[in-house]
Write a protein that binds this ligand. Structure first.
Ligand SMILES: C[S@@+](CC[C@H](N)C(=O)[O-])C[C@H]1O[C@@H](n2cnc3c(N)ncnc32)[C@H](O)[C@@H]1O
Length: 291
């Protein structure tokens, strides 16, 4: 949706359900009118080569091995579940939970093929109150989820509870304080990107806070992996990401529609000059549950 279409939709009353929806759509995916678009965007990000690389690098860092029982909290459409299933193999088990019934419906379809060669279970659950007995998993992960939850410490503690002593809890998140993008209008870009991130996320610097979060949740031997999403060609997912930022900036009153459209057009010039760069820092933190 372009900034102008988005403004028209808002004026026509096509808003998310509920009296006062949280500005972060991932808090309540099922309450959004564009949940199918959100699902497509997760899959598009999942197949972007730079994202594939940094996700798999994080899974090696955790690490996840054959035969393990692994929980993914906030699994969305199952991008990470499918990676995990390949790593744990036939003897292992992957359980994905998500607060969104509709994203899980997509995940069930998209994981069907993988489920022929690995045990995959998908169920609706809140990461802040996991429906599992203590010490049930060898590892519990949350990938680009902590940024979106209301109470990150509660989720991290729940993940630690369901992990066995000696098992690992791994979190990976973006950090919207460390995003760089080439654009002819640097001041506008800064105002728009920072303005949207500050209004949407409770903690836009979520990534850098993950090691502290794991320690606060009682985990030990915490390690940090810093990685970067890098795009020099304006991949489809990056393009959608920038369009969504422009749309949100209009919605928040940071810029008007004409300015948002001019800003998006600015990327066209940069790409035409073969000068496009977007980098976004990702932080992966892993801790061990004490024995
Ligand atoms: C950005 S998506 C990440 C999905 C997936 N991990 C991936 O990397 O493709 C964030 C996911 O967290 C889910 N989520 C948000 N809050 C949650 C909560 N409290 N408990 C469980 N899932 C939650 C959302 O529904 C969404 O599927």
């Amino acid at each position: 949706m372009s900034p102008r279409e988005s403004q028209r939709a808002a004026a026509a009353g096509r808003r998310p359900r509920g009296p006062d929806p949280h500005p972060d759509p991932w808090r309540d995916a099922d309450g959004q009118t564009n949940v199918d678009e959100m699902a497509r965007s997760l899959e598009a990000r999942g197949r972007t080569p730079a994202h594939m690389r940094l996700r798999r690098r994080f899974l090696r860092f955790v690490p996840i091995g054959p035969g393990e029982r692994v929980l993914e909290v906030g699994c969305g459409t199952g991008v990470v579940v499918r990676d995990l299933a390949a790593l744990v193999g036939r003897r292992g088990q992957v359980v994905g939970v998500d607060a969104s019934r509709r994203l899980l419906e997509r995940a069930r379809v998209l994981c069907r093929e993988r489920a022929r060669s690995a045990r995959i279970t998908l169920r609706v659950a809140d990461g802040a109150s996991l429906p599992f007995a203590a010490s049930r998993f060898d590892a519990a992960l949350a990938v680009t989820v902590i940024l979106h939850v209301a109470d990150p410490l509660r989720v991290a503690r729940e993940m630690a509870r369901v992990t066995r002593p000696g098992g690992r809890v791994g979190l990976q998140d973006q950090d919207f304080g460390v995003i760089a993008v080439t654009h002819p209008d640097r001041a506008l870009t800064e105002r728009l990107m920072r303005g949207v991130a500050e209004r949407v996320y409770a903690e836009p610097h979520s990534g850098r806070r993950l090691p502290g979060l794991l320690r606060a949740a009682g985990l030990v031997d915490v390690r940090l992996l810093t990685d970067v999403y890098q795009d020099t060609t304006l991949e489809p997912w990056t393009k959608t990401f920038l369009e969504r930022r422009a749309e949100r900036a209009v919605g928040f009153g940071i810029v008007d529609v004409a300015t948002a459209e001019r800003w998006l057009e600015g990327f066209g010039e940069v790409v035409a000059a073969d000068a496009f760069v977007l980098t976004l820092n990702y932080y992966g933190a892993v801790g061990v549950k004490p024995r």
